[in-house]
Every structure is written in structure tokens, then in C-alpha cells.
Design a protein around this ligand. Structure first.
Ligand code: GDP
Length: 335
């Protein structure tokens, strides 16, 4: 039976889960996220229903992405920021998109042992990266976990990632503000600029300024110059560069002020809603692309024909266009 929104009514156990999340129960939250992260088909179907029920209660949080190389100080920074925010009455969820977890199965990021003080606080929820599958798969689950956290009343969601491959672009695509955490080290700065990651940043934070304030200032100017040459991330916001120290706490309060200013600026101009709409649509297309590719790869007709057609293409007896056309046509056959 379907309700007006076209979604099936929830099974009693799942309704209980939804109610538990909305009542901010830690157990229900963890269970809901485990369900969302499950790769079992039947779990995925349930997760979709649970998420649909939670969706009207999402969207209120400030979503912040934080990226940096290993050792840049991400966990130290998130811990310091998290404790600062709790002091100001916020509830903070920390999720991770760890591309290395897709290879090793182990999650380095979002690990509780890395944020010891924060993880003991009831106002904080820390979840390591889901493992296995592609970066897209990991990101999909993190995106959904973010919605569950929002429904559970977390008003700040931090998504942490390391500077590897596509992960920054993926995380920038699911948050309101994307932050690059950098070391005051010229080699590193150039890397980020060269890789084009700086273009994604709404804020660049130069960490460990306590170690060498001069070097931190120098790095700040380098970034400001680079950002001046780049396209802004928004019509109403020019990316900013800050120096701070996650260890001493210097600059943490100022950092959060900038995030709040960014949020207010985007809200006032209507850009936040627009950005989120665009992110949601982009996400839909990412999922469609992934699923189509999946169906294509697993289609019996394609599997049967793929090797032969590939050989013809490499031998030059069939054009890639004709080959693609022929293979795609298999999708119209019943599998
Ligand atoms: P992550 O790999 O990016 O999560 O980096 P960590 O947070 O684990 O930090 C790496 C190392 O840098 C640790 O030994 C931290 O204690 C140290 N660290 C982090 N932030 C600062 C800082 O602001 N100043 C100094 N001096 N050390 C820091």
C-alpha cells in the first residue's frame, strides 16, 4: 500500500527505528546507519524506506567538508572544533569518506581513537568511513548517513576526507562549505593548487601555525594569490584563507565564525537552497549512471558479446561507435 508520497508504509520495526532516530536515541541512530551502509539488497530496500521517512526532518544542519593530507591535523582540528561547538550548544556528527577504505577495507578516517575527547561526548557522533565498494559507493552511504544524522538532531555535520583522487570533489559535492586543511609548507600548497583542489575550497585553513607563524603567513599569501586567480566557488562568496592551530586552539573560534558568515551569505542570496538542489540532482544522476553501468556490465547479452566486440575494436574491424551502439542495444533485450 502506498501513501500520498508514493512510498510504501514502513514495517513496524523500521517505524520504530525512524521514531528512535527522531527521538535522538544513540542506538537507533547507529542501527539506522548500519542499515543504510548495508550492501544487502533487502536491507537497501528497507534503508530507502527509512530514509524517505526521515527526509522531511533533514536539511537543517550546517554541512562542512574537511580535506587534508594525512598528518595535516584533521582529527586534531575536528576534535578541537567539535568541543568548541559543543560548548556553544551545538551537536556535531563526524562522518568520513576514506578512499583507502575501498582498497584495504580498513578505515583510517573518522576513527574514534583519533578523537578521544570528542568521542566520549554525548553531543557528538563519530562514524568511520564505510568500507568496500567504489568511492561512489562509499560516498553514497556517507551522504545517506548524513541525512540520518540530521534527522537525529545534529546541527553540524562534518565530512572528513583525505586528499586522494576524486574524494575531494565527491565530498565538496555533498556539503555547504568545503574546507582545505593545509600545512605551512610550500611544497604541499603547490600540490593543492596544481591539482586544482583549491578551486573547490570555500575556506583554506593553514594549520600548525604555532610551529612557525612566519611560514604560516607565507603559505596564507600563496593561497590568497592562487585563489585570486581562480574562479570563485560562488557568486556571493570569495574564498578565504585563515591560519590556525588545532593544537593550541588559536583560530578555531574565528574559523567557525567564517563558516557561519559563509552560511549566512549563501542563505541570504538564496544560493544555499540552489546549491543543495543542484547537489541533489547531480547525486541522482551519479546514482543513475552507476546503476546503468552496473546493469550493462551484468547483462547476459552484453557479457556474451563483450569480448568479441572488444576484439573487433582493437583489431580495427569495428569502430568504437558501432561497437558501443551494438553493446548498448543488448540492454533492450530481456535479461
Ligand atoms: P590527520 O592525519 O590529518 O588526522 O592529522 P592528526 O590530527 O593526526 O595530526 C598529525 C600530527 O600533527 C599529530 O601528532 C598532531 O598532534 C599534530 N598536530 C595537529 N595539529 C597541530 C597543530 O596545530 N600544531 C602542532 N604543533 N601540531 C599539530
Amino acid at each position: 500500500m502506498n501513501n500520498a508520497a508514493g512510498q510504501a508504509l514502513l514495517a513496524a520495526a523500521d517505524q520504530q527505528l525512524v521514531d528512535g532516530v527522531l527521538a535522538r536515541q544513540a542506538r537507533a541512530l547507529a542501527k539506522a546507519i548500519t542499515l543504510v551502509e548495508s550492501t544487502r539488497r533487502d536491507h537497501q530496500a528497507r534503508a530507502e524506506q527509512v530514509l524517505a521517512a526521515l527526509l522531511p526532518h533533514t536539511g537543517q544542519a550546517i554541512r562542512v567538508g574537511i580535506s587534508g593530507a594525512p598528518g595535516a591535523g584533521k582529527s586534531t582540528f575536528i576534535e578541537a572544533l567539535g568541543l568548541h561547538l559543543i560548548g556553544r550548544g551545538h551537536r556535531i556528527a563526524v562522518l568520513a569518506v576514506d578512499p583507502s577504505s575501498t582498497i584495504s577495507g580498513g578505515a583510517i578516517l573518522g576513527d574514534k581513537t583519533r578523537m578521544e575527547k570528542l568521542s566520549t561526548r554525548p553531543e557528538a557522533f563519530i562514524r568511520p568511513s564505510p568500507s568496500g565498494g567504489s568511492l561512489g559507493g562509499v560516498a553514497e552511504k556517507t551522504r545517506e548517513a548524513m541525512l540520518v544524522c540530521e534527522a537525529a538532531g545534529f546541527d553540524v555535520v562534518i565530512v572528513e576526507t583525505v586528499g586522494v583522487g576524486q574524494s575531494e570533489t565527491t565530498v565538496a559535492g555533498m556539503v555547504d562549505a568545503f574546507v582545505l586543511l593545509q600545512l605551512p609548507n610550500a611544497g604541499d600548497d603547490l600540490q593543492a593548487i596544481k591539482k586544482g583542489i583549491v578551486e573547490l575550497a570555500d575556506l583554506v585553513a593553514i594549520n600548525k601555525a604555532d610551529l612557525d607563524p612566519k611560514a604560516a603567513q607565507f603559505a596564507k599569501h600563496q593561497f590568497e594569490n592562487a585563489l585570486g586567480l581562480l574562479r570563485a566557488t560562488s557568486a556571493h562568496w570569495r574564498p578565504k584563507v585563515l591560519t590556525l592551530s588545532a593544537q593550541t586552539g588559536e583560530g578555531i573560534a574565528g574559523f567557525w565564525q567564517e563558516i557561519e558568515t559563509h552560511r549566512k551569505t549563501l542563505e541570504a542570496s538564496g544560493e544555499l537552497a540552489q546549491k543543495r538542489r543542484r547537489q541533489a540532482l547531480d547525486w541522482m544522476w551519479t546514482l543513475i549512471d552507476a546503476e546503468l553501468r552496473n546493469r550493462f556490465r551484468h547483462h547476459e547479452g552484453v557479457k556474451h558479446d563483450l569480448e568479441k566486440v572488444s576484439r573487433c575494436v582493437t583489431a580495427g574491424s569495428m569502430t568504437p561507435a558501432a561497437a558501443a551502439h551494438r553493446l548498448l542495444n543488448h540492454l533492450q533485450e530481456k535479461n
